[in-house]
Design a protein around this ligand. Structure first.
Ligand SMILES: Cc1cc2nc3c(=O)[nH]c(=O)nc-3n(C[C@H](O)[C@H](O)[C@H](O)COP(=O)(O)OP(=O)(O)OC[C@H]3O[C@@H](n4cnc5c(N)ncnc54)[C@H](O)[C@@H]3O)c2cc1C
Length: 457
């Protein structure tokens, strides 16, 4: 048994079913829990992700306090801080749960180099680690369905149980109170996240039928807790009853999450490069026209209510239902012909669950540039989507109060309303609400032509 181990927490902000924490507390007589807040990562995160992160740090500190110790927190460069804390406590190893982004792998390389003791990696942020769900030829499937068939039949890893090491308290300069001062207005604990899971388990049976209807809370809303690791995805996959359609569909979504993580491990540039190289040749809209279109999209001013509603909800809450993410993303790429990377960056910044692997994987799916993506010629019609998934326009009225007087048919496409109906609703287009930025049928033709040109020999 080692004398001390340092557990360095990153996107695994929980004590239960955490392989790195289990290792630190069972392989050493004493253990400390450290978080290093990296200013450049904070700067890249928007307000909702920052808020969730700080709340989760407060929650981790509280969970540790229940064991009689507290979280060690430092702000700075991990390559400087981690070796210093490891030395301070006499750690014989530093343990982490690995991540797959290029920043995290570069950072870990730097820290490993700076450390005098081993940096030991585990996997606590996925159900099945990258490299463990492979085709017969030992490669990662570029099609989701076969990946999923293997994934679902791969035995779940065992739960990680914490050991009995003495937990070391931080000196004053490393306490959360002195390092983050008043940056933690709320606390978000893993206990609260687990309660959310319990609540969800009582509703998951309806998931299959309700998951696309964004006007009702038919999904788990666990993505932010999963992003920061307040709950273990492995645990979720274990406790959901997959005998019913709802549970089975839900667990399938966890497999998508794993698949995008595995793809990112293989293609760390997933946010920068189309995974189907021929689509690198698409001639996206450029110059001031691209900027005008992007700004209208970002600010919820496209004149397409379902898109504007999504973008305003995103800015105001930091969360969006999957269908709304798909509709808004598709509109930017396939109606406005703006490069998917612009949208990916905006979503990643604004989403509380903004995650390079999941966000880029999904953007590439929508844009048709990723493996197993939607075919490029399948283009969402935002109005059809809106009428289908929010027929009474409940969600639209919530986020676009200026349109709430329109009837249930016109609210999805105000420019199709008669002048009389517009007047009765008190709406003047281009004064109270924008006229549509593009004509969908025209835009569709232009986009298909741009994609076809990219793939033509
Ligand atoms: C353009 C676009 C961008 C996206 N960006 C992100 C992102 O940055 N971070 C993120 O976590 N998810 C992202 N998603 C995936 C998905 O929209 C969210 O995970 C989901 O909406 C979160 O809601 P939920 O927790 O209620 O999901 P549920 O429907 O309850 O699903 C359960 C869990 O499965 C996972 N999951 C569900 N759908 C997907 C999916 N399509 N891809 C990967 N994992 C999935 C999530 O972890 C989710 O919490 C994006 C989807 C699109 C279309």
């Amino acid at each position: 048994m080692r004398s001390a181990a340092l557990a360095w927490f990153r996107r695994d902000l929980r004590l239960r079913d955490n392989p790195a924490w289990a290792d630190a507390t069972s392989s050493a007589a004493a253990a400390a829990a450290l978080v290093v807040v990296e200013p450049h990562l904070l700067a890249a995160a928007g307000p909702w992700r920052r808020q969730a992160y700080f709340a989760a740090l407060g929650g981790l500190d509280q969970s540790l306090r229940e064991t009689g110790a507290a979280l060690w927190v430092a702000v700075g460069d991990p390559a400087e801080v981690v070796p210093r804390v490891a030395e301070h406590i006499g750690a014989e190893s530093v343990v982490v749960n690995a991540d797959v982004t290029r920043w995290s792998t570069a950072r870990d390389r730097k820290v490993r180099h700076a450390l005098a003791v081993p940096l030991v990696g585990h996997w606590g942020t996925v159900v099945h680690p990258p490299g463990t769900v492979l085709t017969a030829s030992k490669t990662l499937s570029r099609v989701f369905a076969p990946f999923y068939r293997r994934w679902v039949h791969t035995a779940l890893p065992l739960a990680a149980c914490s050991g009995s090491a003495k937990i070391l308290d931080p000196p004053k300069e490393f306490t959360i109170a002195s390092t983050l001062q008043d940056r933690i207005p709320d606390i978000w604990t893993e206990r609260q996240a687990l309660d959310q899971v319990t609540g969800w388990l009582s509703r998951v049976t309806n998931y299959h039928d309700r998951r696309d209807h964004f006007a009702i809370a038919g999904t788990s809303q666990l993505s932010t807790a999963l992003h920061f690791g307040l709950i273990s995805p492995r645990y979720l996959a274990e406790v959901v009853d997959t005998e019913n359609d709802g549970g089975a569909s839900f667990v399938r979504q966890l497999a998508w999450r794993d698949w995008y993580t595995h793809l990112t491990a293989e293609h760390p540039d997933i946010d920068r490069v189309s995974l189907r190289p021929q689509f690198e040749r698409i001639e996206w809209m450029s110059g001031p026209q691209a900027e005008t279109r992007f700004c209208a999209w970002r600010d919820g001013l496209t004149g397409y209510p379902i898109v504007d509603c999504a973008m305003r909800e995103l800015a105001s809450t930091g969360w969006l239902h999957n269908r709304l993410r798909m509709i808004a993303a598709s509109f930017l790429v396939k109606d406005l012909l703006v490069d998917w990377r612009w949208g990916e960056r905006w979503f990643r910044r604004m989403l509380a669950d903004g995650d390079l692997a999941q966000n880029s994987g999904n953007w590439q799916w929508v844009a048709g540039t990723g493996p197993d993506a939607a075919p490029y010629f399948r283009i969402f019609n935002a109005i059809v989507q809106s009428r289908r998934f929010d027929p009474q326009g409940h969600h639209l009225r919530r986020w676009l109060p200026e349109l709430k007087g329109l009837n249930d048919r016109d609210i999805h496409a105000p420019w199709q309303a008669t002048p009389l109906d517009l007047a009765a609703a008190g709406v003047t287009l281009d004064r109270d609400y924008p006229a549509p930025i593009v004509d969908h049928a025209e835009a569709r033709k232009q986009t298909i032509a741009a994609y076809q040109q990219a793939i033509s020999p």
